[in-house]
Design a protein. Structure first.
Length: 391
């Protein structure tokens, strides 16, 4: 009777992952420096093409660094748990071996070892949500183009599947596309006094779910009269087990930051609201960390938690003039009474961190009744969103 894992072997695997991640991080920094040199030293079409190529190479490398870092963290936690298990197992082996209770306890420890092995494997597998390809051309690169021209450009570079979807919705404008992502504008984004960037949740990258996400964005536009951006600029976790992994949110927060920065540069006087729904709220909150998110208000709807911040004041929002502000007083949260996602976090933490509707977090908390999907049929939700679009 033996345990299925060994703490020493897990630790060795952790060290190898960290060393590989460190090497990739150094390569990423070198490419960043080369990109900076090209951008400041040369102005020509060839330089622009080289910059785009370097950007694509570096995008994938940065994503892999983040995934490897998370995997190494999982291995470290597993190694510690396995070491504690081995200690208990070896102490039990020193006891009298003929005792039936002793044998049963050894079997229980072996079963715990198998559970730990399985849990570690599931966590690693959950990291394998495919990273999205960067957009062919970013919204910010076309800052002088009108939206109709941007849409035509994006349509030409879209996959047949995205082209078909756009063709069935001529009222929509594509702002960014890649092989597996897109960012769409609904309503008159150019003249609207306010915009809402809507980040959907788990499964929203599946083409069979695009129609439902667009319908929700259209309802937002109809009820608020804001220009609405449907941000499918990331590959959301495909299923609920994958949504337990914070990796995709951390990975995709930078892309959301970049898009919002470009939106603010194009429409600096527009009132900007970012609405993250379900797992999309995890991504939106991550984007409000670090250098901050270009938004006047942040709404976390049906959120499973905020990772890395205990209070709203630890998040950062950036106004149209590029000034940063602590997000306290600008962060709003709504989780329906009856939404089961309320069970996965509380004021002390959870799978994805602190519940943003908890009293100590410091968000402006709204209240409504319903389940996890009934927000989109609730007039009170749309009334709240319309209120948030007012300066």
């Amino acid at each position: 009777m033996t345990l299925p894992l060994r703490a020493r072997d897990i630790h060795i695997a952790e060290v190898i992952l960290r060393e590989y991640a460190t090497g990739l991080e150094h390569q990423h920094q070198e490419l960043e420096e080369e990109s900076f040199f090209l951008a400041t030293g040369i102005r020509a079409q060839a330089a622009d093409a080289a910059l785009k190529k370097l950007s694509r190479l570096n995008y994938g490398r940065k994503t892999l660094v983040q995934v490897l870092g998370t995997a190494a963290y999982i291995m470290a936690r597993t190694a510690q748990a396995q070491a504690d298990l081995e200690d208990a197992y070896h102490r039990m082996l020193k006891q009298a071996a003929d005792n039936p209770l002793h044998t049963a306890m050894l079997q229980d420890l072996q079963a715990l070892g198998e559970v730990l092995d399985y849990a570690c494997a599931q966590e690693i597998n959950a990291l394998c949500t495919d990273a999205p390809q960067p957009p062919h051309t970013s919204f910010g690169e076309l800052e002088d183009w009108p939206l109709d021209r941007i849409h035509e450009h994006m349509w030409l570079h879209a996959t047949p599947e995205i082209q078909e979807f756009l063709g069935s919705h001529p009222e929509v404008r594509a702002l960014e596309v890649s092989e597996d992502t897109m960012v769409l504008a609904i309503g008159d984004l150019e003249s609207a006094p306010a915009s809402i960037t809507f980040i959907p949740g788990t499964g929203s990258s599946d083409p069979s779910r695009w129609e439902g996400s667009l319908e929700r964005a259209q309802k937002l536009q109809q009820h608020t009269k804001a220009g609405v951006v449907l941000w499918l600029g990331a590959k959301a976790p495909p299923h609920l087990p994958h949504a337990l992994n914070p990796g995709p949110a951390r990975r995709d927060a930078g892309a959301l930051q970049n898009f919002q920065r470009s939106l603010a540069a194009r429409y600096p006087h527009q009132q900007r609201v970012v609405l993250g729904y379900s797992y999309g709220a995890v991504t939106a909150a991550q984007a409000a960390r670090g250098s901050g998110l270009s938004a006047d208000r942040l709404m976390l709807l049906g959120s499973p938690g905020v990772r890395g911040a205990r209070r709203a004041s630890e998040l950062t929002l950036v106004d149209g003039k590029g000034r940063t502000h602590p997000a306290e007083g600008r962060v709003h949260a709504l989780t329906n009474r009856g939404d089961p996602i309320d069970w996965v976090s509380n004021s002390h933490g959870g799978v994805h961190g602190v519940d943003p509707t908890s009293r100590g977090f410091g968000a402006t908390v709204w209240s409504a009744r319903g389940d996890h999907s009934s927000y989109w049929d609730d007039p009170e939700f749309y009334r709240i969103m319309k209120e948030l679009t007012r300066p």
